[in-house]
Design a protein around this ligand. Structure first.
Ligand code: SME
Length: 160
C-alpha cells in the first residue's frame, strides 16, 4: 500500500520528492483514469492549503471533469470559459493569485481564492488540464508551477 510521507527540505527538494513519489505511483501503469486518480490523491494529500486537485479531460469539444480530490465540481467547461479553459485553449499554465479578478473564472467551490492550471498536451494534441485550487490568496509561486508542470509531464509520459 502506498502511503504519502510528508515532504521535507527546500521547496525544490519537496517537489523533487513529490516527483519521485509520483514516478513510483505511475510505474508500469498506463491507464489514464487510474493514474489521474492516484496523482490527484498524491497531490491533494502532499501539498498544504489545497481545496481541490484533479483533472479535466478534453473530449474534442470541451473539458470534462476527471478524477479529483475535493468537493464535487463543474462537469463541463467550454474552452473559452474559466481558468481551465484559458489553460487549455492557450496551452500555457495559468497561475492566478486571485481568481475573483480573473474574467470568466468559474467558482466551483466558493472557498477557492487562487488557482494553478497546467495544460496536458500529447504529441501536439490537447488531452486536458491538471487543476489545483487553494483557499489561500497567491498560494502558488513559480516553484509550485514548475513542480506541478513536472508532475503533469510525468502523467503524460505514463500514458505512453
Ligand atoms: N475554477 C475553474 C473551474 C474548475 S474548479 O476550480 C475545480 C475555472 O475557472 O476554470
Amino acid at each position: 500500500m502506498f502511503t504519502t510521507s510528508s515532504l521535507s527540505g527546500t521547496k525544490p527538494e519537496q517537489y523533487a520528492e513529490l516527483a519521485e513519489q509520483a514516478r513510483a505511483l505511475l510505474h508500469g501503469e498506463r491507464d489514464r483514469i487510474a493514474n489521474a486518480a492516484n496523482l490527484s490523491a498524491l497531490i491533494y494529500h502532499a501539498l498544504p492549503d489545497l481545496n481541490w486537485a484533479g483533472f479535466y479531460f478534453f473530449d474534442g469539444t470541451e473539458l470534462v471533469v476527471g478524477p479529483f480530490q475535493g468537493l464535487p465540481a463543474c462537469v463541463r467547461i467550454p474552452l473559452d470559459k474559466g481558468v481551465c479553459g484559458a489553460a487549455a485553449s492557450t496551452r500555457t499554465t495559468q497561475r492566478i493569485d486571485d481568481v475573483h479578478a480573473f474574467p470568466g473564472h468559474i467558482a466551483c467551490d466558493s472557498a477557492s481564492n487562487s488557482e494553478l492550471v497546467v495544460p496536458l498536451v500529447h504529441q501536439g494534441a490537447l488531452v486536458g488540464v491538471l487543476d489545483l485550487d487553494s483557499p489561500v490568496h497567491a498560494r502558488f509561486d513559480v516553484m509550485d508551477q514548475e513542480g506541478l508542470e513536472e508532475i503533469a509531464r510525468l502523467f503524460m509520459e505514463s500514458l505512453g
